[in-house]
Design a protein around this ligand. Structure first.
Ligand SMILES: *Cc1c(COP(=O)(O)O)cnc(C)c1O
Length: 457
């Protein structure tokens, strides 16, 4: 059979878009560890979780067994406005690198929020709305998640309160304005609107905030206001479930042309885009049907996989959320102030943590100046201005393609291009000015935050 030539962009037709989310936990023999109640150290029950999350999402969070979960028509309709996203064959990049490797990337930046986060935002808002809730609360760091959720809430007519990490709030005023344009109210965190915020402010008056701290505030607002629930843009099992549309579309597009990736690369903050991209491939790997070399990329300044500990930890600085077993740097770890490349969360998805622990994927850390070098190289050839987060994956895709040039191997490399970098130009400015520096935390610094892991018996 003669293979069809692969076009620059492989689009699926609307009718080929996934009808079901794929739940990789169903194929894991050793399941990810359950969320634990910080008071009793017992697994969180559905009833306890329903104080924080809406009922359908609690069900998804706890479901380790159902492989395929139908995507409601309302969510699919929303997806159709900006999906399927293109799978791009990076012919020009290959030519420039003179590599025999075939490079593909799945581009999730083609929507106003500028990232893959919209895939889960619309799902979470939809289930909350269906339950009759009036509003949602959340945290946002760089702002992509808050923007995505404000778009979803605007579409469904729901209220949204966003706690935005104070440093980003001041550094990225335009992000804030996009959220307000979609009707969200945005508060810099830590703030004096919550008890936990006031406590953190009293202890650290000059803090620029952290994701963990913003989470604590958003959760407190939700549990103290009738009709509100808290939603989270990464880390949780339900988020990885929704993000499986990325991998399902990618696999369907590749299957059309008989393409099989050898290496799959994704950046990892809390793990949602990577978990989504690899889901169907990891499923095959777990069922023994195929093998893939999967690589998670994280910043050297926030190295949860490569230097963290696999242990139960708090998901938030305020220590009010359930405990999750994950690769973590400790819940009060804050990356050094010169860190500009995103992916700042101290922990990692329990699903990916368990898969990594079992040796089913590799993890690498990269320094931010080399990330921005890769970002600019990519932008100048492929045209897309990548998000700094995504550029972690670009860095390693380039490294692997260059390695193929040296060895003459014709490998197929797939990476997740999770978003665009229009709101990250401060970081690009630092890089272009030559003032960007790298910082790698010392073992002593990591030991300090790891010493505060909760004691489990
Ligand atoms: C949030 C974000 C990430 C990291 O989050 P994950 O949950 O690890 O996927 C990566 N890229 C972009 C563009 C983001 O907005």
């Amino acid at each position: 059979m003669k293979k069809q030539p692969v076009p620059y962009k492989i689009y699926l037709e609307e009718k080929e878009m996934p009808t079901h989310y794929y739940n990789v936990r169903a194929d894991m023999k050793q399941k990810p560890a359950p969320l634990i109640n910080p008071g009793t150290h017992q697994p969180m029950t559905a009833e306890e979780l329903e104080h924080v999350f809406c009922t359908e999402l609690v069900k998804q969070e706890l479901d380790n067994d159902t492989p395929y979960i139908a995507i409601p028509d309302e969510i699919r309709s929303f997806y159709k406005m900006y999906r399927p996203s293109p799978l791009v064959r990076a012919y020009e990049l290959e030519r420039k690198l003179q590599t025999p490797a075939h490079i593909y990337y799945k581009f999730e930046g083609n929507n106003t929020s500028g990232s893959h986060k919209l895939n889960s935002a619309i799902a979470q808002a939809y289930y909350a709305k269906k339950q009759g809730l009036i509003g949602l609360t959340t945290e946002t760091g760089a702002g992509q998640w808050g923007t995505a959720l404000s778009m979803a809430c605007a579409y469904l007519g729901m209220d949204l309160k966003v706690y935005m990490v104070k440093g980003s709030y001041h550094q990225k005023p335009f992000r804030r304005e996009v959220m307000r344009t979609y009707g969200a109210s945005v508060t810099p965190s830590p703030s004096d609107t919550t008890e936990v915020g006031r406590r953190i402010l009293a202890a650290h008056p000059d803090t620029t905030g952290s994701l963990g701290c913003a989470i604590s505030e958003a959760v407190e607002y939700a549990v103290t206001h009738e009709g509100y629930r808290y939603v989270l843009g990464s880390v949780l099992n339900q988020v990885l479930l929704h993000q499986s549309v990325i991998g399902l579309e990618t696999k369907a597009a590749m299957d059309k042309y008989g393409i099989r990736p050898d290496i799959i690369i994704g950046c990892a903050g809390g793990g949602s885009n990577l978990g989504g991209l690899i889901a169907p491939f990891m499923g095959q790997k777990l069922r023994g049907e195929a093998d893939y070399h999967i690589i998670a990329i994280e910043p050297a300044s926030c190295p949860s996989f490569t230097r963290g500990k696999y242990a139960y930890d708090f998901c938030d600085t305020g220590m009010i959320c359930p405990l999750a077993k994950m690769y973590t740097l400790g819940s009060d770890f804050i990356p050094s102030p010169n860190h500009a490349g995103g992916l700042r969360y101290h922990g990692m998805s329990p699903i990916l943590s368990e898969l990594y622990h079992q040796g089913l994927m590799e993890a690498r850390s990269v320094e931010q100046t080399s990330v921005f070098e890769a970002a600019e190289y990519f932008a100048r050839i492929e045209g897309i201005l990548p998000a700094p987060e995504s550029s972690h994956a670009i860095r390693v895709a380039l490294d692997e393609a260059i390695r193929c040039k040296e060895t003459g191997e014709e490998k197929t490399i797939l990476f997740g291009l999770t978003g665009t970098g229009y709101f990250d130009l401060k970081a690009y400015e630092e890089y272009n000015d030559g003032t960007m520096t790298d910082y790698i935390p010392t073992d002593e610094e990591l030991a300090r935050s790891l010493a505060k892991l909760p004691k489990m018996d």
